[in-house]
Design a protein around this ligand. Structure first.
Ligand code: F6P
Length: 356
């Protein structure tokens, strides 16, 4: 068999662990061919094609390496390539299909988050055989309990919170940490719980300053004159909208809510407040052991599907089992933190303020 392999969307730790597992299993164990596609579907849209045969030696030593050896992009949906003015776009999916057929690929294993899987889903509808693997630090892919990259991002964020705890305590300050996650609060919730944050603000629970200030005052009464607050980038005050920053023209990137929360709390309480925005540090660098193991499981399961020609499916880890779901089930939406999420309930049960 000739299996294509691509990584799309924002990178995350663990992508190389998946690539390594796919190549070691498909090429090394089963004797198939794996063709690495560069920069997601762009590698098939460009002429000449940007693809390369992946051998065992190509994936040697990458288990622990951050990023993706295949490159990625989150600009450029082949079905809607920007043309001319902002509102105009053209469909170049035919170039991708032409390359797919010309290269004689039996299928493509697409490693990606919801945006990339959405595009892959569209390709399944026009004749491409695809198997999907979920990755994103945001952990917001429908049907998957855990995506490649999330555990590492959570570890990085939790380490940052622990560091903020000690400096907050020394100076009697409010320390606000803004973390990623788009419109889902999984990173904020898990890292905040893991590192003893006093307040965690999530996109799923609009917050009030009154609730945050009561928590700060409750701590002061107990002799704790500092507080550490984790804010998901998609969080918002009640009756408001999420904030977007403007550092990448044409793109709607969330950001700025941490700064606003720090400023407002300083005004309202008179306590010195500082903001740290963790940003892409959550996405870079080596994957944690769990992401390396998860990446390996995902890679092997995807090859199993490809070999069985069980296409049009996404592999998901659900309730500690590797399962498969049809593309349409993951591509249409994203997975927020549910209101009855057990982590959310446990956080509130131990007195973490969720801003309500
Ligand atoms: O989806 C992953 C993610 O890191 C989000 O948490 C974040 O909002 C976004 O990507 C940042 O995107 P970019 O790399 O384009 O700045």
């Amino acid at each position: 068999m000739k299996i294509g392999l691509s990584t799309g969307g924002g990178d995350c730790p663990g992508l190389n662990s998946v690539i390594r597992a796919v190549v070691r299993y498909a090429v090394g164990t089963l004797g198939h061919e794996v063709i690495g596609i560069e920069d997601s579907f762009n590698g098939l849209m460009d002429r000449p094609y940007r693809v390369r045969n992946l051998t065992i030696s190509d994936v040697s030593g990458i288990l622990n390496r951050g990023g993706t050896i295949l490159g990625t992009t989150n600009a450029g949906n082949p079905f809607r390539i920007k043309a001319g003015s902002k509102s105009e776009s053209c469909d170049k999916s035919n170039l991708v299909m032409e390359a797919y057929r010309d290269l004689g690929l039996d299928c493509i294993i697409v490693i990606g988050g919801d945006g990339t899987q959405n595009i892959a889903c569209q390709f399944t509808q026009i004749g491409m055989n695809v198997v999907g693997i979920p990755k994103t630090i945001d952990n917001d892919l429908m049907q998957a309990d855990v995506t490649v990259g999330f555990e590492t991002a959570m570890e990085v964020a939790s380490d940052a919170i622990l560091r903020l705890q000690s400096t907050a305590e020394s100076h009697d300050r409010i320390m606000v940490l803004e973390v990623m996650g788009r419109h889902a609060g999984h990173i904020a919730l898990h890292s905040g719980m893991a590192a003893g944050a006093h307040v965690i603000l999530l996109p799923e629970i609009p917050f009030t300053y009154d609730a945050i200030i009561s928590k700060i005052q409750e701590r002061q009464k107990q002799g704790q004159n500092y507080s550490v607050i984790v804010v998901a980038e998609g969080a918002m005050e009640t009756d408001s909208e999420p904030l977007y920053n403007s550092t990448s023209p044409g793109k709607k990137n969330l950001g700025g809510i941490g700064q606003l929360v720090a400023e407002k709390l300083n005004q309202l309480t008179g306590i010195d407040a500082r903001i740290t925005v963790l940003g892409h540090i959550q996405r870079g660098g080596q994957p944690c052991p769990r992401d390396r193991v998860l990446g390996t499981l995902y890679g092997v399961k995807a090859v199993d599907l490809a070999v069985k020609k069980d296409y049009g499916k996404v592999v998901v880890m659900h309730k500690h089992e590797m399962k498969t779901v049809p593309y349409a089930a993951v591509a249409s939406s994203f997975r927020p933190v549910a209101q009855d999420d057990m982590y959310l309930q446990a956080a509130e049960a131990i007195g973490i303020c969720l801003g309500r």
